[in-house]
Design a protein. Sequence first.
Length: 323
Amino acid sequence: MYSQALNNAPAEPAADDPRFQARIDAEDRIEPNDAMPEAYRRTLIRQISQHAHSEIVGMLPEGNWITRAPSLRRKAALLAKVQDEGGHGLYLYAAAETLGVSREELVDQLLSGRAKYSSIFNYPTLSWADIGTIGWLVDGAAIMNQIPLCRCSYGPYARAMIRVCKEESFHQRQGYEIMLTLCRGTEEQKAMAQDALNRWWWPCLMMFGPPDTLSPHSDTSMRWKIKRFTNDSLRQKFVDATVPQGLHLGLTFPDPALRLDETTGHWAFGEIDWDEFRRVLSGDGPCNRERLAARRKAHADGAWVREAAQAWAAKQAAGREAA
């Protein structure tokens, strides 16, 4: 996608090189063949690869419901959504490859457990309402995070995010429509929707990452305009947008401290359980082991496809040389 015509990169500037920072401050896009500090490159690889891993692992909770969707229409829509997420992962792996890291290396980091992905995908999908809640809340949170990335200082990442955000917007609307249908249905269906909201609300707030005071990479990422907003500001924006939607559905949020601050116009919310966030991120969540086991099995089962593709490419190359 991006890495086919890369040249040898010029000499790396220092992380505090004023000329590089001047380009960033001037909103000049950094491209793969441009000189960039090694720390900038490492920061991008970490963020883009984690984003790619999250899209790939994120297929699993919803893929679990494709065969059990309540109608053919719902099945087709969910299948399309899971396919979109796989595509997002591929776009992002390709963008990361422009930084000099191979896709094989990135996948190995995921399968070995050395790489992180979003904590949200380590929670189970127990009912059909979870699929609606994921679309409404998880993809809604993703949109809050990802729209600013369309203006990321690194060109390949920013360009990949344009299509990703368009598709995520569809996913969010699809999820909210499922929740609306459930909330307008029977008492049992509305109770199912409420139960899903109760279980997913706090993990969704954790999606934005630790509070700004404990986020080790935020200051640097903000200075280099890899990200444009802090974790806490994005979290607040998400709460302000989402609470009125939930109230319209007739649902109750599982936070007794939730209230509208008339002075600021923002919704104040309770304390997040950051101990749970750290446990899940470190591998001790409800589905961490299950998710990695599924990815490792898929990787092993697909080995013959990779081997066949490599053999075909070698045969094609040999034919060109012979000609």
